[in-house]
Design a protein around this ligand. Structure first.
Ligand code: MTE
Ligand code: MO
Length: 198
């Protein structure tokens, strides 16, 4: 009987620590969300001068690749250029944030083929690709999405909008077949980074 009581006490103690820890996790999630919202708001109120500082004239292709590249709008123009019409940027709640009548870009796949991912045989396919902006906003793609999925035909680095250079730019990453196109629409693009899954 004594042992039974002892086990019961232990169980109660254990379950209460579990409750506390999950509560703490929730609190942490809520607090990070609040900070990122505040940060996002700060970007909206950036002065014209400060937002100019976020513009990159070239993007760096780096990580687990054979040929690190620095690409400018001019170097993208020399690649296979694709025209994309009526591209809608949709926020996470489904709201249309922006509609671009026509824009020009290059497939991310073509860029990665140029940079050549360092693969060790044909079963070495576990890589992730990060499109990172100068405000450290980022979007992630996987090797399989780009090289073995229709997403490969739909992921572009844009360099021109409606016949003009891109203002939030100079280059933007987009994924045309995402359900909500906002999250993987990365303006102020700074680098494309390839990493092997460890
Ligand atoms: N560099 C950068 N790109 C970004 C963001 C950002 O904060 N920084 N916001 C993203 C989000 S959440 C959306 S919905 C779209 C459209 O954002 P906008 O409302 O700032 O134009 O861009 C995305 N690209
Ligand atoms: Mo968003």
């Amino acid at each position: 009987m004594k042992t039974l009581n002892y086990i019961l006490v232990l169980l109660i103690a254990f379950s209460s620590t579990m409750c506390n820890s999950s509560k703490k996790d929730n609190e942490e999630i809520i607090s990070t969300e609040t900070t990122s919202k505040t940060e996002k708001h700060q970007y909206k109120t950036l002065s014209a001068n400060d937002s100019l500082k976020l513009i990159n004239h070239e993007i760096e292709i780096k990580g687990d690749i054979e040929f690190p590249l620095q690409l400018t709008v001019d170097s993208l123009r020399k690649m296979k250029v694709v025209v994309i019409d009526n591209f809608k940027i949709m926020g996470k709640n489904g709201e249309i944030k922006k509609e671009i009548k026509t824009c020009k870009g290059v497939l991310l796949r073509d860029i990665l083929e140029k940079a050549k991912i360092k693969q060790n045989g044909n079963k070495d396919r576990n890589f992730y690709i990060v499109a990172r902006a100068s405000d450290d906003y980022k979007a992630t793609f996987s090797w399989a999405e780009i090289f073995n999925n229709p997403t490969g035909e739909n992921t572009f680095i844009l360099f021109e909008e409606n016949g003009k250079s891109i203002k939030n730019g100079e280059m933007i990453a987009i994924c045309k077949n995402d359900i909500k196109t906002g999250p993987r629409h990365v303006y102020w693009l700074k680098s494309i980074e390839v990493y092997k899954v460890k």
